[in-house]
Design a protein around this ligand. Structure first.
Ligand code: F6R
Length: 621
């Protein structure tokens, strides 16, 4: 995810602005990025100084060593995680406008950038990059040229922008000002003595100050060496109390959470929202992130095969149910390492979907290559920009979960499910399986999911408390059915990986065909109960399965939908999640199971970020 730093100081122009920004960018490296750059305001009132480079910060450092910048009074810097346009020098931030007088950096996605770009091009503006960000720079320039101050210009343009953004800008003619704005993307202000700071998170400036202020939704901030002015976008001044940051730099990287895994579980509302953001164009068509599979090809496919491993394969199973239901195309989900060895029936009419967080899983890479050799078009659903699978696939739909640092996958899983839903919605629209109003209603329902995930997170203490009592368990079983089955398997996988406890996820209907023999007095069993609003028979059948294991002495813990009055009659404890359309419920029901595994492993004293024997990216077959 992109990182942002801004600085302004009172002293004579010197190297400090550049030093503060480069130091901040180095501390933001953990967020993952593919290019970096900075702009400084020097004694030149017509042009800012700017350097930017694709690749790691070391490339930018070399560029600065070869072409040093002048002493400065203010600076802004950026690490980019590509969304619009490849990670090249030209697409790296900052972007210049007003003939080099203005520089702008941006996190997020400006959803209406195509329309704005067309408007500016019609006025003769030339674009130097493929980014959505450059649009904001030229809009600012237009206002500044009309005589607005940088802060007023920022307020004016944010009214026209749609989507998610944190924007920072400097203007060579206002040498002691940095202006920022935000919507759906964070920006924090750091208060110093005779200097002030901005950062996408506090890590950016924690070395210099621990006194911070949050910028809220749709607010604009102007920092000068003397102070900070916050307004809403209409220009009304907002008063806000600063707070003290008591995290050390390492804790700050984890957003104040004790582990990356816990942070990433809490990132999930944002990961899903970001994966959804700006995807559907004005014709209701999905915007892929790279490559292209012609619509005629997608119209002619008669089968989809998903190839993936582990958690990513479970995301594929959730997506399978949705795509089959919405698009009436048969979907198979195949573990990538099994795929090519069973000589699968794959051809030009088979769409292969490769799901991978890292994009570097060798088993999945080999499956992609095998599919392509058979002539199948391949779409990658990948989190890591520019990774091998993203490059080799014919088209890419990036999950925008941000870097996942904990080895066990959490937020990438939710983002992968979300991306599969987007693919299903797109195919349903393209192939005429759904009317536009049905498509819109599915998208609206998806839009509501992030807030619901947040509610599950906010109500997570009971499942964590239960986990703390279970450190001595030897086996935990998980049952689910329909879309609850992959959730049960994911719950079991998380527990194996993190707490080293034997765990199995079964389809609840399979119980009577064998696994019920495992049930004995006191055996903990988690059950992902289908919604009573779904296929009625499923709810009652799973209730029967719960009764069967209970009758044999199992302790039953049920994940149920809010308002499911029956669940409590069959469980030692029920963990409720908000109601959602049946196919989308995994995005909610898996969260208590992730937290259960996290807390149980923590109670056992294990390192949840780096479980034993596991690697984040499995690059061997
Ligand atoms: C489980 C987990 C793994 C990965 C699997 C695929 O927590 O992280 O099961 O999901 O190794 O990895 P990617 O998605 O990188 O291909």
């Amino acid at each position: 995810m992109c990182g942002i730093v801004g600085y302004v100081g009172a002293g004579a122009p010197d190297a400090r602005p550049q030093g503060v920004v480069m130091g901040g960018l180095a501390r933001l490296e953990y967020r993952g990025y593919d290019s970096a750059g900075l702009a400084v305001v020097t004694s030149d009132r017509d042009r800012v100084g700017m350097r930017k480079k694709a690749g790691k910060l070391v490339n930018l450092e070399k560029e600065l060593a070869g072409h040093p910048l002048e002493p400065a009074t203010a600076a802004i810097g950026h690490t980019r995680w590509a969304t619009h346009g490849a990670p090249t020098d030209a697409n790296a931030h900052p972007h210049l406008a007003a003939h080099g007088r203005l520089a702008i950096i941006h996190n997020g996605i400006i959803e209406n950038f195509s329309a704005l770009r067309a408007e500016l091009q019609a006025e003769g503006v030339e674009f130097l990059s493929e980014t959505d960000t450059e649009v904001a720079g030229h809009l600012l320039a237009r206002e500044v040229d009309r005589g607005e101050t940088l802060a007023d210009a920022m307020r004016i343009i944010t009214r026209r922008l749609e989507g998610a953004f944190t924007l920072l800008a400097v203007d060579a003619s206002e040498p002691r000002t940095v202006v920022g704005a935000r919507r759906n993307s964070p920006l924090v202000i750091g208060l110093g003595e005779g200097e002030n700071f901005l950062g996408s998170d506090v890590v950016a400036f924690i070395e210099h100050t621990r006194t911070a202020l949050e910028l809220h939704q749709d607010e604009v901030v102007e920092i000068t060496p003397e102070g900070v002015t916050i307004t809403d976008i209409a220009g009304h001044v907002v008063e806000r109390e600063p707070y003290h940051v008591d995290w050390d730099a390492t804790a700050a990287q984890k957003g104040g959470f004790p582990t990356f895994m816990e942070k990433e579980i809490h990132d999930q509302p944002t990961a899903v929202a970001d994966t959804l953001r700006g995807r559907i164009d004005e014709h209701g068509r999905l915007q892929l992130d790279g490559g292209m599979i012609h619509e005629n090809v997608l119209n002619s496919i008669d089968k989809i095969i998903v190839v993936a491993c582990g958690t990513a394969a479970y995301a594929g199973l959730v997506g399978r149910n949705a795509i089959e239901h919405w698009c009436r195309i048969p979907v198979e989900v195949e573990l990538a390492h099994e795929f090519r060895y069973r000589d699968p029936v794959v051809g030009v009419k088979t769409l292969v979907v490769a799901i991978s967080q890292s994009g570097e899983t060798m088993d999945t890479i080999m499956a992609v290559r095998h599919a392509q050799q058979q002539g199948a078009p391949v779409i990658a659903i990948v989190n890591s920009q520019g990774s091998t699978i993203a490059r080799e696939a014919d088209a890419v739909l990036y999950t925008r979960a941000g870097p996942e640092i904990a080895v066990a996958s959490t937020k990438a899983f939710l983002a992968q499910i979300t991306a599969m839903f987007l693919l299903g919605i797109y195919l349903a629209e393209l192939r005429g399986n759904k009317f536009p109003d049905e498509i819109e209603s599915l998208l609206d329902q998806l839009e509501e999911i992030p807030a619901k995930i947040q509610r599950v997170l906010d109500a997570s203490e009971p499942v964590r408390a239960l986990a703390r009592t279970m450190a001595d368990e030897r086996t935990v079983l998980f049952l689910g059915r329909h879309v609850g089955y992959p959730v049960a398997m994911e719950g079991a996988l998380k527990l194996k990986e993190l707490a080293y406890i034997h765990a199995e996820g079964f389809p609840a209907g399979e119980l009577k065909h064998g696994p019920i023999a495992l049930i004995e007095e006191g055996q903990p069993v988690f059950i992902v109960l289908p919604s009573p609003r779904g296929r009625e028979s499923l709810h009652s059948k799973v209730i029967s399965n719960v009764q069967e294991v209970r009758a044999r002495g199992a302790r039953t813990f049920v994940i149920a939908e809010e308002g499911d009055a029956e669940a409590a009659n069959h469980a030692e404890q029920v963990f409720y999640v908000p109601a959602a359309p049946v196919l989308m419920t995994p995005l909610l029901s898996v969260v208590p199971l992730q937290l259960f595994a996290l807390e149980l492993a923590t109670a056992k004293g294990y390192d949840v970020d780096q479980p034993r024997n596991l690697a984040k990216s499995v690059t061997v077959e």
